[in-house]
Ligand binder design. Structure first.
Ligand SMILES: [Zn+2]
Length: 92
């Protein structure tokens, strides 16, 4: 039986950290869909899904307090909109 898209994502994430945007590009889905799958994975894997916080490309601000999985739209420190991450990884 072929893997479901969620199983595929879980498998990809065992190889290292990926952002929702990178997953979306790899799997030809939208970023929103990738985020949806990631939040389900977080529910089923719990702490097995490791999240590295998003980071502002302009000033280096790290969104450590953010619990949502989607990418922040704007940096509170410099108002920049070039935000990288957050990144997700599955640990055994
Ligand atoms: Zn910034």
């Amino acid at each position: 039986m072929p893997l479901t898209i969620r199983q595929t994502i879980a498998q990809i994430l065992t190889q290292g950290p990926w952002s929702a945007l990178e997953l979306a590009g790899e799997l030809l889905i939208t970023r929103r869909e990738a985020e949806e799958h990631l939040s389900h994975l977080q529910r089923s894997l719990g702490k097995g899904l490791v999240v590295a916080p998003a980071k502002c490309r302009g000033c280096g601000y790290v969104f450590t307090k953010r619990s949502r999985l989607d990418a922040p739209g704007r940096c509170p420190a410099c108002r920049g909109q070039r935000i990288d991450g957050p990144w997700f990884e599955v640990k055994p």
